[in-house]
Design a protein around this ligand. Structure first.
Ligand code: NAD
Ligand code: UDP
Length: 311
């Protein structure tokens, strides 16, 4: 098949492009390089099945494809808050433009949505039936509400125009090729630990997250794309929940670092807890994460070590 991956030069997108090429597909990677990097895709540029288009999803484009994975959108709070109006435009206009292609050429389209549609959740763990608790006015809402509208557009194009859609709600994902400068907890803690710098826990570190290794996520995405007749939404994440303080200690342990833990103010609207209920993914996709957090973190630590030594 010919498969379009928007945001293909980003962290998750570049892993997805690699997997799709390995399975023998032709891949078109579309990216404006806001948070993505050429380094993530450099090794694929010579592959005859790989094509790169520098383009912004907020602008229309004509392409002939069989599948669209719509991932284009900055994902870390510092990046999506850098230009919040653009973040909302990317999710909303990006979804409209990609749905326009899907409608015209009858391609199947998968939207990368997020656990952020649940906001600061009052139901724990989160099932797909939960409608969420998002502050429409807060600093995170450009991302959260943009993704919620993208989900709405998927379902309206599906009902109105019979577009074949898929919605996945991705929970915190980590692994090699995460950007060093994106301020997310995994990259921050590992880099701080490897450099012997203080580890910055926000708040008391009692908030929880559940971290999924990127290869597990990519497997779930591809299964969702190829499962007939199931639009979702479906949660994709690793239910192994940890407090951020425990997570900091684990990283000190795995790196053998001498770093100290220091406490910094908790950012506004930071969700207090997050854990996916993946019953639906297990039932519908036969999917669950395979990589343990310790194994995944070891691979990620090795990656950041190599980034630091090559810098
Ligand atoms: P990332 O920032 O590494 O990748 C996003 C990619 O989209 C980058 O390559 C960026 O340059 C590109 N992009 C941004 N705006 C664009 C635009 N207007 N036009 C074209 N390209 C644009 O982030 P990621 O972690 O790989 O996330 C990928 C997708 O998964 C995002 O949609 C994100 O919302 C979603 N997601 C990620 C996580 C996670 O934990 N990583 C969790 C939930 C959802
Ligand atoms: N966090 C932290 N120290 C950091 C970066 C993040 O304690 O240096 C916390 C952050 O407040 C949040 C959690 O770690 O509670 C996950 O943050 P991240 O930005 O990775 O993802 P998100 O908040 O979008 O889940």
């Amino acid at each position: 098949m010919r498969i379009l991956v928007t945001g293909g030069a980003g962290f998750i997108g570049s892993h997805l492009c690699e997997r799709l090429l390995k399975e023998g597909h032709d891949v078109i990677c579309l990216d404006n390089f806001f948070t993505g990097s050429k380094r993530n895709i450099a090794h694929m540029l010579d592959h005859r099945g790989f094509e790169l288009i520098r383009h912004d999803v907020t602008e229309p484009i004509l392409l002939e494809v069989d599948r669209i994975y719509n991932l284009a959108c900055p994902a870390s709070p510092i990046h999506y808050q850098y230009n919040p109006v653009k973040t909302t435009k990317t999710s909303v206009m990006g979804a409209i433009n990609m749905l326009g292609i899907a409608k015209r050429v009858r391609a199947r389209i998968l939207q990368a949505s997020t656990s952020e549609v649940y906001g600061d959740p009052q139901v724990h763990p989160q099932t797909e039936a939960y409608w969420g608790n998002v502050n429409t006015l807060g600093l995170r809402s450009c991302y959260d509400e943009g993704k919620r509208v993208a989900e709405t557009l998927m379902m309206d194009y599906h009902r109105q125009n019979h577009v074949d859609v898929r919605i996945i709600r991705i929970f915190n994902t980590y692994g090699p090729k995460m950007a060093e400068n994106d301020g997310r907890v995994v990259s921050n803690f590992i880099l701080q630990a490897l450099k012997g710098e203080d580890i910055t826990v926000y708040g008391e570190g009692e908030q929880t997250r559940s971290f999924c290794f990127v290869s597990d996520l990519v497997e779930g995405m591809m299964r969702m794309m190829e499962t007939p007749g199931f639009t979702g939404p479906v949660n994709l994440g690793n239910p192994a929940e940890t407090t951020i303080l425990e997570f900091a200690k684990k990283i000190i342990d795995l790196t053998g670092s001498t770093s100290r833990i220091v406490y910094r103010p908790l950012p506004a609207d930071d969700p207090k807890q997050r854990q996916p209920d993946i019953t639906l993914a297990k039932q519908m996709l036969g999917w669950e994460p395979k990589v343990s957090v310790d194994d995944g973190l070891r691979q990620t630590i090795d990656y950041f070590r190599s980034v630091l030594t090559s810098a």
